[in-house]
Design a protein around this ligand. Structure first.
Ligand code: ZN
Length: 336
């Protein structure tokens, strides 16, 4: 069989609590761009908020389903337990200060595979990391329309950590997806083995698999829902569907997610994986300048807009776009 490889992570989707708090944290603290404000197509009473670089390019988009009042989850076995963003080398002092002044819980810095890592949690307890990636070939530019100066800005994902219930079986699936094992090391807290795999792309390529026991993760607020990997187009996606089915995975039919096409399967370690096409992208229903500025619905939900909008909580006032944030951005932008 001809060898095939995904080029890396397409997006990560997670569960949040209060959508306004979520919007504020990811745009005003982390400095990501809200690139799409829509609803969960499978449950239109819930938002689906996408944060990323200027256009939400593949490998940058962290997305949330905010369920107000839903119980807190617990990251653990059978889940993706950390989502890591790439930041420039030398920027972690800035981030430690910035996150320390926010509602984030900031953990001690560590070194992992020779890179400095700053672990933290968002206000819902969602485990995140900043990885200081030097010698970076990433084509991703940080979003400069927010409060974080470009010299410190997030450049999409670095990778994800999976706490698989069946790490060897998960490794086999990663192998089917074209990931290569690049090394392993022990976790500083409990000695668990962390095995690193990388895809053949130029950004968002890393998947770490933890060989760690209980506790089992519990889905809910503050946990990852699924991890999506990239397919260049629908033809490649179809080839992935065949290849994964041949490898014993139960893969869903293709779903139209408006901004990409998706197939899903639950890998044997318990984690929901998706393969998403790179296109058509977030500018399919609004211009790049306008991304995220208003609620967008796919054509098959547009007739229901009034009912859908009235059932959603308001996001008004979540982001103060008049004063401090813009002033800080201006200062940061002209600091040279
Ligand atoms: Zn997805």
């Amino acid at each position: 069989m001809q060898s095939m490889s995904t080029t890396g992570i397409h997006h990560v989707s997670a569960v949040a609590g209060d959508p306004r708090e979520n919007l504020r944290f990811y745009t005003e603290v982390l400095g990501l761009r809200l690139v799409k404000r829509t609803v969960n197509f499978d449950d239109t009473t819930t938002y689906h908020l996408y944060y990323g670089d200027e256009t939400g390019s593949p490998g940058t988009a962290l997305t949330f389903f905010p369920f107000e009042g839903t119980r807190a989850g617990r990251p653990g076995r059978g889940q993706a337990v950390a989502t890591a963003f790439a930041v420039p080398a030398g920027s972690l002092d800035y981030w430690e200060d910035r996150l320390g002044e926010s509602e984030a819980t900031v953990h001690e810095r560590r070194t992992r595979f020779d890179a400095a890592v700053l672990p933290f949690e968002d206000p819902d307890g969602q485990p995140l990391e900043l990885v200081a990636a030097d010698g970076d070939d990433s084509p991703i530019e940080p979003w400069t329309g927010g409060p974080v100066p470009a010299e410190y800005g997030i450049r999409g994902f670095f990778g994800v950590t999976l706490h698989s219930a069946e790490p060897d079986a998960t490794a086999n699936v990663l192998d089917v997806l074209g990931f290569q094992r690049v090394g392993s090391e022990s976790e500083p807290d409990d000695g668990a083995e962390r095995v690193r795999y990388a895809a053949a792309g130029d950004h968002a390529t890393v998947v770490d698999v933890l060989h760690r026991g209980p506790p089992r993760g519990r889905p809910g607020v503050g946990t990852v829902h699924h991890v999506a990997f990239r397919a260049a187009d629908e033809e490649e996606q179809l080839a992935w569907r065949d290849r994964l089915s041949d490898a014993g995975q139960f893969v869903t039919p293709q779903k139209d997610r408006q901004y990409f096409r998706s197939i899903y399967f639950r890998e044997p370690g318990g984690i929901l994986f998706e393969i998403a096409t790179d296109g058509p992208g977030f500018d399919v229903d609004e211009s790049v300048d306008e991304l995220g500025s208003e609620l967008r619905l796919p054509s098959w939900l547009e007739d229901d807009r009034e009912r859908i909008e009235s059932a959603l909580p308001s996001l008004d006032g979540a982001v103060d776009d008049s004063t401090d944030a813009k002033a800080t951005a201006a200062d940061g932008g002209t600091g040279e």
